[in-house]
Design a protein around this ligand. Sequence first.
Ligand SMILES: [Zn+2]
Length: 270
Amino acid sequence: MRGVVGPLLAVVCGIACAATAPAPPKVTAPPATSSAAPSASPSPSVSASVSDSAVVSASASVAPSASSAPPKLVCNAQTAFPWLIRGSYIPVGSHKAAHQKTLEWRSKQYGYVKPHGDPDWNSKTPHEQAVDTTFMGLSVRMHKRVVPALACVEAELKVACAKDKYKPGALAGIRDHNTYQGGEVTNHLYGIAIDIDPTLNSCCGCVTKWKKHPLCKKKVKSIYERMVMPQCWVEVFEKYGFYWLGHDTLQDTMHFEFLADPDKILVPQP
Ligand SMILES: [Zn+2]
């Protein structure tokens, strides 16, 4: 039977809180009126506005609700490693070393996917380390190591992007088959990619059916006009180490993949 875990926030606690926690932690929504001034709090605070992140501490707090609850958890802002970004290693036929480097990283961090790379890199598969979780109230199956990053994103979305009132109706996470051609390997195979509303947020450079979609046919000034998801969501995901494939030639606006360091998603607490 597959491992099943509870909501994202409970997962965060399971990973980073004391094992004897008396109650599941609760994400404390960042104050909606946060200013750009640095917080006087000893712990990093979250900005209500994504654009403030460079000024205010670029972290989100995941705090318990009761004083007797486990220590406060703090999310770490990260950016995607450039060499893991798809555009740096495609076409893979002429970027073999660069592509191989990404396969080795992904395999060692998340599991070996036959036949991509070297089985000696990891004795486990990503599927063996995948868990059922929730994101913004929807179920999705992801690699357990990136679940805390999704929790960080969710906590900040609920504050920074609340004004947009966007609520997705469907998600897609880990896959068991490669959907790329030409030797490339999708991050969905590793359980580190998530699609938001896959039928509504377009991928105009993907399969043929999208080319006929109104969002792909219309003239736009920005890629953000080719999706129903608010731009604010992209900014929050990117703040916590996810790369948005809307920047890519595929224009895959539904797709985020975690390309930062999974060991640095949460700030270690004393
Ligand atoms: Zn995707």
